[in-house]
Ligand binder design. Structure first.
Ligand code: ATP
Ligand code: MG
Ligand code: MG
Ligand code: MG
Length: 562
């Protein structure tokens, strides 16, 4: 493409609204422009990179055997009412009405639509298992849209959903997609880790986040210096519900926690230190949330809670109810004795922690699959066992370090949660009607683009990895006003195009300084400059990342571009 004709509105000044490098650079280099808070236009350079990220995702999903589909963003409220997420998603769900005053949501995610669709079109186990995906804009009215593409209100996501007859089959597909995700983020050149999203929690193995390591990340990861152990330390996911007297944990859907406080804040409030190993578990008893904060070296993982005697209990139900419920035991926990001398924390602590740990819905908590046959719902926060840097890793290998991460992908075993709610059934091998067992798998495509810039830039601009660069080569003609040089540069341009390379050709009648600055800012890996020595057949070849440069003969140019 000839740069003279392209819309690349570069900015001299640092945009005041951008707090982080990727946001600043994408704006300054003319890749994106904001339309409204958290809503962005992609200009030609931005669109080219976005398409490359998308293509990597598409290639790897196809390779993993997933089928691409496209579902609507405009979704009738009925579906969301059936899953109860019309109530639980709160203000993050964008809602609108049609001319007949009927309620709709703009797709924030597509579990409801895909479950109802497949319930409709698949009626036999013979079609199972399968995985479908789409790459499409999502809408979430984020409380704090920020950091440009990292937290938008309209953003590009790849979302995939798998359908199975059995949990074993789900486990297999989860592994397949987990590996596809690894390949995707490796191809994007990212330094990332797959982390347990609710480490130390029951069912914790059933959800992982892919985190790009970055200081501006909003998540904190605890990882082992010696092994693959890595976990998100946020207190977020609702993990499992237990039926009284049964060992079987049923996964609950994740409840968003927009007001989540860090465990440090909770610890400060309670006047304790994180080093004590604070944990919190939410019990729902008689539909009342009860928060139990414990400290000491106990194993939530093995659900023994052996040191509960050291625990502090914060209750929202009556104290008696709490004791009774815990005494009765729940699921595999068995009876737990709560001694008389446990500390009860003041009312304002209750309020603080409640607001801190749950979405502030007007009518309190919503756990959408609280069904009558389940006596207790256990809400276990992810890894509230706060380990300090240098402590032994929970898997016994090495010590714990902390890092900040940007969540670019998330894989989750849903089980039959949505199929149950939306009545999505098929005939299984025994000829019986059964709910689909499902998994869901997301990647933030536009967020990934930003995360790449966070990891690849220097003082002068962006440094695109080869798979994602908007063009393979940046060709600069420093004498665009002189016919002789124009001919030479045009000929090189044609030759590179013939070789199938994507070339950005700076044919503008601008000063050399302007061209070099823009070129550094845009960050294409190879720069070819037609300058003084062009008439002798020499051009300057420069690597954007290392700054390494040399004069080479035009005839050798193509050999340098691999
Ligand atoms: P976060 O914790 O950052 O709010 P999430 O857990 O709500 O993300 P998921 O529901 O897991 O997000 O969605 C799948 C993926 O979509 C995320 O892993 C992330 O990469 C991307 N994503 C989510 N919200 C946004 C957003 N507001 N802007 C850009 N990408 C997003
Ligand atoms: Mg979110
Ligand atoms: Mg998240
Ligand atoms: Mg997530």
């Amino acid at each position: 493409m000839r740069q003279s004709t392209m819309i690349i509105p570069t900015l001299r000044e640092e945009p005041a609204e951008a707090e982080i490098k990727s946001h600043q650079l994408l704006l300054r280099a003319g890749f994106i422009r904001q339309l409204a808070s958290g809503v962005y236009n992609f200009l030609p350079l931005g669109k080219r990179v976005l398409r490359k990220v998308e293509n990597i995702v598409r290639e790897e999903m196809d390779r993993a055997g997933a089928q691409e589909i496209q579902m609507p963003s405009l979704q009738p409220a009925e579906l969301w009412l059936n899953s109860n997420r019309w109530n639980t998603m709160g203000e993050e769900l964008m809602r609108l009405k049609d001319r007949h005053n009927r309620d709709f949501a703009l797709g924030a995610t597509h579990e409801e639509v895909v479950t109802s669709l497949m319930g409709d079109v698949v009626d036999s186990y013979k079609k199972l298992p399968f995985t479908v995906y789409q790459i499409q804009n999502k809408y979430r009215d984020e409380k704090r849209p920020r950091f440009g593409l990292l937290r938008g209100r309209e953003f590009l996501m790849k979302d995939a959903y798998s359908f199975h007859e059995s949990y074993e089959s789900l486990d297999d597909e989860y592994d397949v997609l987990f590996n596809a995700y690894k390949r995707i983020f490796e191809r994007c050149g990212l330094n990332f880790r797959a982390v347990i999203a609710d480490s130390g929690a029951m069912g914790g193995k059933d959800t992982h986040e892919f985190m790009v390591l970055s200081e501006i990340g909003e998540d904190t990861i605890a990882y082992s210096t010696e092994s693959d152990y890595a976990a998100n330390v946020e207190m977020a996911p609702v993990v499992a519900s237990y039926q009284k007297g049964s060992d079987e944990a049923k996964p609950l859907e994740k409840v968003e926690t927009p007001n989540a406080k860090t465990m440090q804040e909770v610890a400060d409030f309670l006047g304790h230190s994180l080093a004590e190993g604070l944990k919190a578990i939410m019990f729902i008893i008689d539909e009342q949330p009860v928060l139990v904060v414990t400290r000491g070296d106990h194993e939530v993982n093995d659900v023994k809670l052996k040191n509960l005697y050291d625990a502090e209990i914060v209750e929202l139900a009556t104290e008696a109810q709490t004791r009774e419920a815990m005494g009765a035991g729940f699921g595999s926990l068995g009876p737990i004795n709560v001694p008389e001398n446990v500390e009860i924390i003041a009312d304002q602590a209750v309020e603080y922690l409640t607001n801190a740990t749950c979405g502030a819905n007007e009518d309190g908590y919503h756990f959408t699959n609280v069904t009558p046959e389940r006596d207790f719902v256990v809400k276990q926060f992810a890894d509230l066992r706060f380990i300090e840097e240098g402590d032994p890793s929970p898997d016994g290998n090495g010590t714990i370090q902390f890092a900040k991460g940007i969540e670019v992908g998330h894989v989750f075993k849903l089980g039959t949660l949505y199929a149950d709610k939306l009545n999505a059934n098929f005939l299984n091998q025994q000829g019986k009607t059964q709910s689909f067992v499902m998994g869901c798998y997301g990647i933030g495509v536009s967020r990934t683009l930003s995360a790449v810039v966070e990891q690849y830039h220097d003082e002068a601009g962006m440094l695109w990895p080869k798979e994602l660069t908007p063009f393979n080569v940046h060709l600069l003609n420093l004498n665009a006003k002189k016919e002789e040089f124009v001919e030479i540069a045009d000929a090189i341009y044609e030759k590179l195009l013939d070789k199938g390379l994507e070339v950005l050709y700076d044919d503008r009648k601008e000063r050399a300084g302007v061209k070099f600055n823009d070129s550094d800012l845009i960050g294409i890996p190879y720069r070819v400059t037609v300058g003084k020595r062009a008439s002798e057949g020499y051009i300057e070849f420069k690597h954007r990342d290392t700054g390494e440069q040399e004069d080479i003969h035009v005839d050798r140019l193509v050999d340098f571009l691999h």
